[in-house]
Design a protein around this ligand. Structure first.
Ligand SMILES: NC(=O)c1ccc[n+]([C@@H]2O[C@H](COP(=O)([O-])OP(=O)(O)OC[C@H]3O[C@@H](n4cnc5c(N)ncnc54)[C@H](O)[C@@H]3O)[C@@H](O)[C@H]2O)c1
Length: 351
C-alpha cells in the first residue's frame, strides 16, 4: 500500500457525524460486557470517522488498526518499520477497502515526519476522530548506565507522543465533530518495578503528560476532544518476546483482547484504561498502585514492594486483600477496606 496523493487541502474538518450503529466485534476471547458496545451510536468510534495509529506495524497498534477497521473507521497507520507497516496496510484494506487505508512510514521521534503524517491525513480525509499514540520501545537503561538508551527511549516513548500531540491537537480542536486522543502508557510508569528505569521513567512521563492533556482539554470552553491513558496489561507482542517465543504465555493477553478491552473503556468515557491480563486481576493492580502511593503517604522507603524489610509484608497484604473483596462492588467500602489492610500492614511492620 502506498501513500495516497493529496486530494484536497481542507485542513479544518467540517465532516458530518455518521449516525449509524456501531459494529461489535467478537474476534477475540475478550468479550466486552459493558453496555457501551451495544446498539448505541458512539460519536467518535464510528463508521466513516478517521483513526490515526502510531506504532501500527505490530502488536497492540496493529490490533487497534484491525479492530477499528472492523468498526468501519478510515485508518491511517504509521510506524518506523516500513515493511511490516505495508503488510498491516494490506490486512486493514482487506477489511475496510483500499480507499479507506493510508499508510505513512513515520518515525515519531522526528517532528518533520510527524508533520508529514498529519498533512497526509488532513489532505485525504480532513479530520481525525481517534488519535492513538502507541509507538513505543523498551530499550534498557539503569540509573547510572545506558545514557544513549535513555535518550532514545525518551525520544520515542515521550517525545514521539509529544510530537504527535503538538502537531495534531491544534487541528483536532478546530473540528466540529468530537475526537479522542489515546496515549499508551504502562503500569511500569505507575508502580515503577525495578529492572528498566529508563522505560519506567518514560512511561511515568506519559502518564503525567496525558493527565495534563486531559485537564487542559476539558478546561476549554465547548471542548470536544478528550484524552485517555491506555495502560495495557501483559500483552503478547514483539515487545514482550513474541519474536523469540512462539507461543503466547498463559498469563498474557493477546493484542486483540487488550485492544477490545481498551475500546470498550474509552467508548464508556474512562480516562484511565487499566487493562488486566490472565495473571493480574484489576484488584491486584489497584493494590499495587495504592501500595506505591502509600510509600509516600506512609513514609516507607522508595519501591518498598521490593525492599527486603517490606517485601514479605506486601505479599501478606496481597494475600489478605482478596478475602476482603466481599465489599468489592461498593467503591467507598472498597476504599475503607484498602485503608484497613494498609493500616494493619503498616502496624505489623512497626511491631
Ligand atoms: N506488550 C505489553 O505487554 C505492553 C505493556 C504495557 C505497555 N505497552 C506499550 O504498548 C505500546 C505498543 O507496544 P507493543 O507491545 O504492541 O510492542 P510492538 O513492538 O509489537 O509494537 C511497537 C511498535 O512501535 C513501533 N515503533 C518503535 N519505534 C518507533 C518510532 N520511532 N516511530 C514509529 N513507530 C515506532 C515499532 O516498530 C512497533 O511496530 C508501546 O508503547 C508499549 O510500551 C505494551
Amino acid at each position: 500500500m502506498l501513500e495516497r496523493p493529496a486530494i484536497s487541502s481542507n485542513l479544518t474538518s467540517r465532516n458530518g457525524s455518521p449516525l449509524r450503529p456501531a459494529f461489535s466485534s467478537t474476534a477475540s476471547s475478550f468479550k466486552p460486557d459493558s453496555a457501551s458496545l451495544g446498539d448505541d451510536v458512539h460519536p467518535i468510534i464510528n463508521e466513516g470517522r478517521v483513526a490515526v495509529i502510531t506504532g501500527a506495524a505490530s502488536g497492540i497498534g496493529r490490533a487497534a488498526a484491525l479492530e477499528l477497521a472492523k468498526l468501519k473507521l478510515k485508518i491511517a497507520i504509521a510506524d518506523v518499520d516500513e515493511a511490516r507497516l505495508q503488510q498491516v496496510g494490506k490486512d486493514v484494506a482487506a477489511i475496510v477497502g483500499d480507499a479507506n487505508v493510508l499508510v505513512v512510514p513515520t518515525d515519531v521521534s522526528k517532528l518533520d515526519q510527524v508533520v508529514h503524517l498529519k498533512e497526509k491525513v488532513y489532505e485525504l480525509w480532513g479530520e481525525v476522530a481517534v488519535l492513538m499514540n502507541n509507538a513505543g520501545i523498551g530499550l534498557k537503561g539503569t540509573s547510572w548506565d545506558g545514557i544513549n538508551n535513555w535518550k532514545t527511549i525518551f525520544d520515542v516513548n515521550l517525545f514521539g507522543i509529544l510530537n504527535v500531540q503538538q502537531t495534531f491537537v491544534p487541528f483536532m480542536l478546530h473540528q466540529e465533530n468530537q475526537g479522542m486522543i489515546i496515549n499508551t502508557g504502562s503500569k511500569q510508569g505507575i508502580t515503577n518495578p525495578p529492572g528498566n528505569a529508563a522505560y519506567n521513567a518514560s512511561k511515568a512521563a506519559v502518564k503525567s503528560l496525558t493527565e495534563s492533556l486531559a485537564h487542559e482539554l476539558r478546561e476549554r470552553p465547548n471542548s470536544n476532544v478528550t484524552a485517555h491513558l491506555f495502560i495495557p496489561g501483559w500483552t503478547y507482542t514483539n515487545l514482550t518476546g513474541a519474536l523469540t517465543q512462539a507461543e503466547k504465555p498463559a498469563g498474557a493477553w493477546t493484542a486483540e483482547e487488550t485492544v477490545l478491552y481498551m475500546l470498550d473503556k474509552v467508548r464508556a468515557g474512562d480516562f484511565y484504561v487499566l487493562v488486566p491480563d490472565n495473571e493480574t486481576r484489576r484488584e491486584l493492580d489497584e493494590l499495587r498502585i495504592m501500595w506505591a502511593a502509600g510509600d509516600i503517604a506512609e513514609g516507607r522507603p522508595a519501591l518498598s514492594r521490593w525492599h527486603k524489610d517490606y517485601k514479605a509484608l506486601f505479599e501478606d497484604c496481597s494475600r489478605a486483600f482478596p478475602s476482603a473483596f466481599f465489599f468489592w462492588q461498593r467503591p467507598l467500602s472498597h476504599f475503607f477496606v484498602c485503608r484497613y489492610v494498609f493500616l494493619n500492614c503498616s502496624k505489623q511492620a512497626k511491631d
